[in-house]
Design a protein around this ligand. Structure first.
Ligand code: NAD
Length: 264
């Protein structure tokens, strides 16, 4: 059911053409926020997502294709959104990629791309969006870390390093803005069934000659005590909660949403 708790706010969600980012954009739009979509993909498909979201939730939805590998494009995206809406009230740093390999074989270009997209882009979006949040003395920054921001798994060195970095960045920004009505928090999902995870499932099926069900149960959900994937909709509702007045004193936290994975 639509609510209007975020009417008049604008949310920019990086990597929102797919998966968790798209789910968060839908949840924030459902709460009344105007939306800046970002991410890669087929332009016609993205235009369909954009126009359907605007119609369904009766909010303004724009798309900016800034590549999270390009600092100048990131700054230009935030500047354009600020020009159109006055301020980016809610910034969700969600864009991310994954690559799985032993560290001695890890391709250097993949390592650098993961660190750039999953971590460094967050620095550039925050740097660009924070001044207007400070001027109006209100803002919400939500960074998508991961259970892998709290614990490691083998063969994911770049991803684990980037996500631990996101948590460090989150805590530091939280301290810097603590006296204003701005919060900066990280969400740490376990496995969520999105295109990013579907890609990993296919790779593991090939690598280990296993069925889809075996890979899901024996490789993925083995880490997750709940034995089920986290749903995108759950994360959308958490984002809306972190933007609500009830969450105004939640600052600098890394919220595990992983069915108990990191409680072990
Ligand atoms: P996804 O592959 O479905 O979506 C990733 C989004 O990032 C897409 O919109 C894609 O276009 C965008 N993106 C990728 N590279 C980009 C670039 N260079 N510039 C701009 N946009 C780019 O992935 P997802 O599973 O929805 O993951 C979203 C975030 O959640 C990531 O940060 C991921 O690390 C994190 N996460 C995912 C899971 C999971 O199980 N799916 C678990 C924990 C954390």
């Amino acid at each position: 059911m639509k609510n209007h708790s975020l009417s008049g706010r604008t949310a920019l969600i990086t990597g929102s053409t797919s998966g968790i980012g798209l789910g968060m954009a839908q949840a924030l739009a459902n709460a009344g926020a105007n939306i800046v979509l970002n991410g890669l993909g087929d332009r016609d498909h993205i235009e369909t997502i954009r126009s359907e979201m605007a119609d369904q939730y009766d909010v303004s939805v724009i798309y900016d294709g800034a590549n999270m590998l390009e600092p100048a494009a990131i700054a230009a995206m935030v500047k354009a959104a600020t020009k159109k809406f006055g301020v980016v009230d809610i910034l969700v740093n969600n864009a991310g990629i994954q690559y799985v390999s032993a560290i001695d074989d890890f391709p250097e270009d993949k390592w650098q791309a993961i660190i750039a997209i999953n971590l460094i882009s967050n620095f550039y979006t925050i740097k660009a969006a924070l001044p207007a949040m400070k001027t109006q003395n209100w803002g919400r920054i939500i960074n998508l870390a991961s259970a892998h921001g709290l614990v490691a798994s083998p063969y994911k060195s770049a991803y684990v390093a980037a996500k631990h970095g996101v948590i460090g960045l989150t805590k530091t920004v939280a301290l810097e803005i603590a006296e204003q009505q701005i919060t900066c928090n990280a969400i740490c999902p376990g496995y969520v069934r999105t295109p990013l995870v579907e890609g990993q499932i296919s790779e593991q099926m090939k690598a280990h000659n296993m069925s889809r069900e075996q890979v899901i149960n024996d490789i993925f959900l083995v880490a997750q005590p709940s034995k089920r994937f986290v749903e995108v909709e759950e994360l959308g509702q958490i984002a809306v909660f972190l933007c609500s007045p009830a969450a105004c004193s939640i600052n600098g936290v890394s919220l595990p949403v992983e069915g108990g994975w990191t409680a072990k």
